[in-house]
Design a protein around this ligand. Structure first.
Ligand code: MG
Length: 410
């Protein structure tokens, strides 16, 4: 962590658990915030229409041995409902307040030494709530990095890099509208566009994407598990479109169905919702259920789990890319740093949050066009910390709930 330790020579996945192992960051307190950020356009899920994205934030206050105060921020990926994950924002808030943060404060004990990130996963003996635990891991890592004056990019060996981004489009309504949207995103420099697909929209996608064959624009589809037994028949007409992949056609537990579908189509199958742990990634790839991996740090169990998956994919030649979960600019910066790690990565869901949120807790840059590739690129955050500190005024303006978590001696 100090820049001179052996961990600097380890691969990022091996070095990550040691972040903070010197015990040089002293924890003073913890609080939980919930900010409700307006969606740019309402988001419809199986449960209803959401106009706000609730974000639970973990905020740690700490200090270095010389007394310099540092803070640590973590962001919980849980959404307003459980359409995509087992936790929602309310559930995550409750769990963080009642169990996880008290456990962190207890483990820090009288000395106040903030544990290294490698100990965070074991705080609750493997009980679920991956999204909430990921938020704690982020906050602890952020505090350690800030105390050391290092960025996540320094930690991962990717400082100074810029990355192309993929954009995401919702379910298409007509060939004309989808063709216009794809054209605008390509002109804006997005290297890849993901289009949501569901049974009944295949002909619209075919009509808009087929004319783009050979244009260089990477197109992939995301079904969010909406297909059933007739998936192969419905998707076969799209199999010669040169799609990057079709993401999560079937339900999250249906690995057998995905394996059969992967055998029936030439388009790679990528899994997303099914991949909720590094072990799930390995099982899905090794059984042929997918040949491409969507890496979502929070869903996998945190930054350390994401690094494990990236490292495994690199070692096994499995293409991967970083997926989005309607993050604020803070967590999206983390995703950019992870996306810069070596491997066969495709442009991920790395567009600025202004693409889907009408408010944020950090100020993001709009990206710039790379003269050589023509792609819009975005920087990995320079730090120190995981990314830029959430802007206090912005956080205040969106906060709807704030709770200080008492220390054991309180
Ligand atoms: Mg997806």
């Amino acid at each position: 962590m100090t820049g001179s330790g052996d961990e600097d020579h380890r691969p990022p996945a091996d070095a990550w658990p040691l972040l903070g192992a010197e015990g040089a960051t002293v924890l003073d307190g913890a609080e939980l915030l919930r900010v409700d950020l307006p969606f740019a356009t309402p988001v419809e899920t199986a449960v209803g229409i959401h106009r706000h994205r609730p974000v639970v934030l973990v905020h740690l206050t700490a200090h270095r041995p010389d007394g310099t105060p540092v803070e640590g921020w973590g962001e919980c990926a849980a959404l307003a409902d459980t359409t995509y994950d087992a936790e929602d924002a309310d559930d995550a808030f409750t769990w963080l307040e009642a169990s996880l943060l008290p456990a962190l404060l207890r483990v820090s004990g009288r000395s106040g030494a903030l544990p290294p990130v490698g100990r965070i996963g074991g705080l609750l003996d493997g009980a679920g709530h991956r999204l909430a635990r990921s938020a704690v891991e982020m906050a602890v890592a952020d505090a350690h990095l800030r105390a050391a004056g290092r960025s996540l990019a320094d930690q991962l060996g990717v400082a100074g890099m810029r990355l192309p981004a993929g954009a995401v489009l919702g379910l298409p309504e007509s060939v004309g509208q989808l063709a216009t949207d794809l054209g605008q995103l390509a002109a804006a420099g997005f290297a890849r566009v993901k289009v949501k697909v569901a049974p009944g929209t295949e002909a619209v996608i075919d009509g808009a994407v087929r004319p783009l064959l050979g244009s260089g624009l990477l197109v992939q589809l995301d079904a969010n598990g909406t297909y059933g037994d007739d998936a192969a028949d419905r998707l076969a007409p799209l199999d010669d479109l040169g799609l990057v992949c079709i993401e999560q056609p079937l339900g999250r537990r249906d690995l057998d169905g995905h394996r059969r579908l992967a055998a029936a189509l030439t388009t790679p199958i990528c899994l997303d919702e099914s991949l909720d742990a590094p072990s799930a990634v390995i099982e899905a790839v090794e059984t042929g259920a997918c040949s491409m991996v969507c890496v979502k740090p929070a869903r996998l169990g945190g930054i350390g789990a994401a690094l494990e998956v990236i490292s495994w994919c690199e070692a096994h030649g499995v293409p991967w890319w970083i997926g989005g979960m309607f993050e604020t600019g803070f967590a999206r910066g983390v995703n950019r740093a992870l996306a810069a790690c070596p491997g066969r990565s495709f442009p991920g869901d790395l567009s600025p949050p202004s693409a889907y949120l009408a408010g944020d807790i950090v100020r993001s840059e709009p990206g710039r066009i790379d003269a050589r590739s023509g792609h819009r690129t975005f920087p990995v955050p320079a730090g120190p910390g995981l990314g830029p500190s959430p802007d206090q005024a912005l956080v205040e303006s969106w906060t709807v709930r704030r709770v200080a978590v008492p220390t054991p001696s309180d």
